[in-house]
Write a protein that binds this ligand. Sequence first.
Ligand SMILES: [Zn+2]
Length: 214
Amino acid sequence: MIKQKLKHDVAQAAVMLWKKGLSIGRDAGDTSFRDPKDQLIYICPRPTDTMIIKNWGAMKGEHMVVITLKGEIVDGGDILPTLEAPMHLSIYRARPEINAIVHTHAVWSTIFAITGKNIPLIDAEMDAFLGGEVICAEYAEVGTEELGQNVVAALGKNKFAAIIQNHGAVCVGTDFDNAFNASDFLEKSAQTVVFGNLMGGVIARDKIEYTPKR
Ligand SMILES: [Zn+2]
């Protein structure tokens, strides 16, 4: 059953993506949510001649598309799902506990994307909210199944963020609060590591325990 509230929630997440500066301009990054009850995916639209996207800040529930885990459109009229739908679907298939995805083109994490580097574990917040070191996924073309598989490999079984090489980043959570929380800490981690390296090099650790766990 299509739930208008979930279409509204995903649109609001897209607005948040834009307000936080995680997606500048038009169609950079996107958001989606899985209804755990029936496994339907509520996801941002793809810009076309008839679906003009000024920016994600202008998104409303009526612009969202609903698809199955196989990518079949079940609600959306003439509107198509974002080009990155295969990546979102790959993550949902691989991680049953994940119900919200925030795919960003944010500046600090993109520095790691364009240099193909992992973000090393440097503080307890990364352990708690990102699942430790953040892995840079191998390069693949935008919108492909291969990109989805590479991101799933970088996320592994228990990470909440991954860098997408020459592209951006993806953060995941049980809900949008957790996915945006991961995104906030991802940007903070990326920024502090960039400056730490300018100061002479960060002290990376294999393990930094954080209690309590979330
Ligand atoms: Zn993207």
